[in-house]
Design a protein around this ligand. Sequence first.
Ligand SMILES: NC(=O)c1ccc[n+]([C@@H]2O[C@H](COP(=O)([O-])OP(=O)(O)OC[C@H]3O[C@@H](n4cnc5c(N)ncnc54)[C@H](OP(=O)(O)O)[C@@H]3O)[C@@H](O)[C@H]2O)c1
Length: 278
Amino acid sequence: MILVLGSTGKIGRELVPALLDKGARVRALTRDPSRARIDPRAEVAAGDLDAFDPGLLDGVERVFVLTSGHGSDPLSQERTVLKAAAGIAHVVKLSTTGVHFGQTDPISLIHTEAEKAVREAGPDWTILRPGTFMDNRFAWLPAVRGDGVIRVPVGDPASALVHVRDIAAVAATVLTTDGHAGKTYPITGGEALTTRRQVEILGDALGRPLTYVEEPEADARARMLGFGWPASAIDGLFELKRQSAGNEEIVFGTVRDLLGRAPLTFADWAREHAGAFA
Ligand SMILES: NC(=O)c1ccc[n+]([C@@H]2O[C@H](COP(=O)([O-])OP(=O)(O)OC[C@H]3O[C@@H](n4cnc5c(N)ncnc54)[C@H](OP(=O)(O)O)[C@@H]3O)[C@@H](O)[C@H]2O)c1
């Protein structure tokens, strides 16, 4: 049995069916099973990482550890799960490429500490370090549905964006095949794209041109505050952008090495989600 944390999130909702398709038994954690739409072949378990019930690990050999970082303390959540999971066979942790590059922005620092906890927990471990998700571009949804003008902060780094289905496919392989204990895998897409090029590709998929506009960081901050984002989260985001410039464009071969195929492209992602942007 594999316990999947974050089973209703961007990676988790791709990972659960990928594991089931490989014949694994899956226990999918969510705080609210009545709202969650989880593959019916999985065992759905109600639970909150802020009050982790060790009984969720009964009969479990492997755990996929993912915390969201929104609204609670992800490091203490992960430490609590790892303490309860000390006797299981294998833990697979979702981290970030920021750790690979030694970044000290708030998100990378939390993952650096959480990776240390995973290595010291006792079970075999594997760490997955994805780069920026293509799904982050859903942030452009209101602009695309509105005036078609995508405002991007000056200095936005080119990025080898990764499709969450590729991250999930790597995780499913690591959780169901041998040879991954003690390994750390950075995961990116197959090519770095400037943000301007990403906007063009999305426009092509939608069949209408979108306008790319660079705006001063202060304007971007003001807009984000207007969405109700906390100032500390906005600071963290810009710190991450600053520190990941130059790193984001590095392409890693993990998807091809582990899955034997090319990574999904941003054009694939844009075509897949064109309906949502319409
Ligand atoms: N976005 C990026 O570009 C990027 C890049 C690299 C790494 N990452 C890392 O990816 C991770 C986020 O993955 P994601 O985007 O797939 O997640 P997500 O879409 O934000 O989903 C969060 C998941 O966590 C669950 N969750 C939240 N709080 C919980 C709690 N208190 N107890 C139990 N479950 C809880 C939610 O389940 P319920 O609501 O159903 O309970 C949901 O399934 C973070 O660690 C982030 O640092 C992100």
